[in-house]
Ligand binder design. Structure first.
Ligand SMILES: NC(=O)C1=CN([C@@H]2O[C@H](COP(=O)(O)OP(=O)(O)OC[C@H]3O[C@@H](n4cnc5c(N)ncnc54)[C@H](OP(=O)(O)O)[C@@H]3O)[C@@H](O)[C@H]2O)C=CC1
Ligand SMILES: O=C1O[C@H](COP(=O)(O)O)[C@@H](O)[C@H](O)[C@H]1O
Length: 545
């Protein structure tokens, strides 16, 4: 392929080729070089290196095959970089000697190189170092694999990709592959995203490009297709006849915290809604793919995205928290939204008439992300339970991962009265001792395996920008104003009014509390203490009858 065009033929070739060539036939052993570009930055230290460390600890990055290179412009030493990363690898609550040994062994795999993003010198040096590492490690059956993680602002993607292509591709006589991971936001609108796609598409084939959206790596997001398509329960319910409205919500209880300069150029729609929440929406609404092959899944996602109707102005509420502009890197008159509620409507047989309410905000009263599917009222309500609230199916993505169903049951006792309760699958309780992998950890491993299932394809990205670009342009042109809201609040009151207009019915007097493991422990403790005193009493009776 290698051209910037994205034709139907290329897409169908990808459909038939990529899974086979990328997953089944490519050797997955041999030397692996992972290059983190932008190694001095925030994402690299908080997410990328910790994810690599977790993969290392679990044996996915064997030290005799893997070497990690950090690359950025900052003039720092190997040890400076290692020190910067170290505190993100150790456990706050204290690490065991074994864990500390792992940290120090892992850090020894990392080498730092300084260079610019648009001149060949630095990348030639990088290639030389990678090649040296490959020749020291290469075995007869091995191959050379080069993974470039662009933990960088998108403005430098074209020049960095050009440098990689010119200087750093894996050497074909060794076999293996070269893959690149690019972060979001991929562009600012439809036109810039397409331009970026064309520039990168001229350098790399689509199967080599991994557009990462870390929400696709979250455990409960990955569970969505299983829930929907492996359970008879949901199959007949999942449509406009039964579902009244769906909310997909992201809330953070902190502001932009030192990232104001970056954030102000993008805003909450580009930062969260156009990518993370829209990807979740795809998994909630897409039709069943014919198989789990990446291309089959992504074909269905594109279809549903292309069925989204233009966003109506009266179905948007924007907000900006008070104090946001106090960040010295944010302009005094910024109108950038830090909060948005937007209703999307899907024009197909399954979803016509159902509002999908996407809501995201910073500096709100809580931190959580969830999908809330609200069902319609029961017709012919003989129990008068309508006033108590509707059935809801909730997927809590974070924190306290859980899937629960809010439903009406008989209040236990002699009377025939009803009450709201829930069927609750809380992960901490159900899967005790199981560590849920971090999203980045899982997605980097997928990249090494060549599995594109949880990455965004070019036409998917285009369809997602098509949905939001007209609204984003209106905001950029000042046609939409962000309503101020208090930090620590629910956001602007207008957003709740929009929710109500869309048909969402709030359940009053009911709150789902994630079950904790403390209660049984406390209970056992009480039993133990009572047992102890009973035993003392029994013994004293024998001694002093
Ligand atoms: N931070 C996060 O939590 C998340 C970030 N992302 C995405 O990941 C990417 C990287 O984010 P993050 O690490 O926060 O970004 P940073 O602002 O920390 O940038 C990363 C590195 O890029 C270099 N850099 C910064 N600005 C420029 C510039 N204008 N031109 C050239 N180089 C520059 C700097 O390295 P040096 O000067 O040493 O070369 C910096 O250390 C972005 O696309 C972001 O949207 C996605 C999800 C979460
Ligand atoms: O991509 C981003 O995500 C984080 C939130 O990620 P989470 O996994 O903690 O939910 C957000 O804070 C950041 O603004 C955004 O760029």
């Amino acid at each position: 392929m290698g051209s910037g065009d994205w034709s139907d033929e290329e897409r169908s070739r990808l459909r038939s080729d990529s899974v086979a060539s990328e997953i089944e036939n490519v050797p997955e052993t041999g030397c692996l070089s992972i290059v983190v570009l932008g190694a001095s930055g925030d994402l690299a230290k908080k997410k990328t290196f910790p994810a690599l460390f977790h993969l290392y600890r679990q044996g996915f990055l064997p030290p005799d095959e893997v070497h990690i290179f950090g690359y950025a412009r900052s003039k720092i030493s190997d040890d400076d970089l290692r020190n910067r990363i170290q505190s993100y690898l150790v456990n706050d609550k204290g690490s065991s000697t074994e864990q500390l040994d792992d940290v120090s062994n892992f850090l020894q795999l990392i080498q730092y190189l300084s260079g610019s993003y648009d001149s060949e010198d630095g990348f030639r040096l990088l290639d030389k170092e990678i090649s040296e590492h490959e020749s020291s490690k290469i075995s007869a059956e091995g191959s050379s694999r080069r993974l470039f993680y662009l933990a960088l602002p998108p403005s430098v993607y074209p020049s960095v990709c050009k440098m990689i292509k010119t200087c750093c591709m894996n050497k074909s006589n060794l076999g293996g592959w070269t893959r690149i991971i690019v972060e979001k936001p991929f562009g600012r609108d439809l036109q810039s995203a397409e331009q970026l796609s064309t520039q990168i598409g001229e350098l790399f084939d689509e199967p080599q490009i991994y557009r990462i959206d870390h929400y696709l790596g979250k455990e409960l997001v990955q569970n969505m297709l299983v829930l929907r398509f492996a359970n008879r329960f949901f199959l007949p319910l999942w449509n406009r006849d039964n579902i009244d409205n769906v909310q997909i919500v992201f809330r953070e209880d902190f502001g932009t915290e030192g990232r104001g300069g970056y954030f102000d150029q993008y805003g909450i729609i580009r930062d969260i809604i156009q990518n993370h929440l829209l990807q979740v929406l795809c998994l909630v609404t897409m039709e069943k793919p014919i198989s789990l092959k990446p291309e089959h899944i992504r074909d269905e996602k594109v279809k549903v995205l292309e069925s989204v109707l233009p966003i109506r102005d009266d179905e948007v509420v924007l907000g900006q928290y008070e104090g946001y502009r106090e960040d010295p890197t944010v302009p005094d008159h910024s109108n950038t939204p830090t909060f948005a509620t937007i209703i999307l409507r899907i024009n197909n047989e399954r979803w016509e008439g159902v509002p999908f309410i996407l809501k995201a905000g910073k500096a709100l009263n809580s931190r959580k992300a969830e999908i809330r599917v609200q069902l319609k009222d029961v017709p012919g309500d003989i129990f008068k339970c309508k006033k108590q609230g509707r059935n809801e199916f909730v997927i809590r993505l974070q924190p306290s991962e859980a899937i629960y169903m809010k439903l009406t049951v008989k209040q236990p006792g002699l009377e025939m009265s009803t009450v709201q309760s829930e069927l609750d699958l809380s992960y901490k309780q159900r899967y005790q001792g199981v560590t849920i992998p971090e999203a980045y950890e899982r997605l980097i491993l997928d990249t090494i395996k060549g599995d594109q299932q949880h990455f965004v394809r070019r036409d998917e990205l285009k369809a997602s920008w098509e949905i939001f670009t007209p609204l984003l342009h209106k905001i950029d042109d000042g046609e939409f104003k962000s309503i101020p809201y208090k930090p620590g609040s629910r956001g602007p009151a207008e957003a709740d009014e929009l929710l109500e207009r869309a048909g969402y019915v709030q359940t009053h007097g009911y709150l789902w509390v994630p079950p904790t493991l403390e209660y049984p422990t406390l209970q056992s403790f009480i039993f133990l203490v009572c047992g102890f005193f009973l035993a003392i009493y029994a013994i004293s009776l024998r001694i002093f009858p």
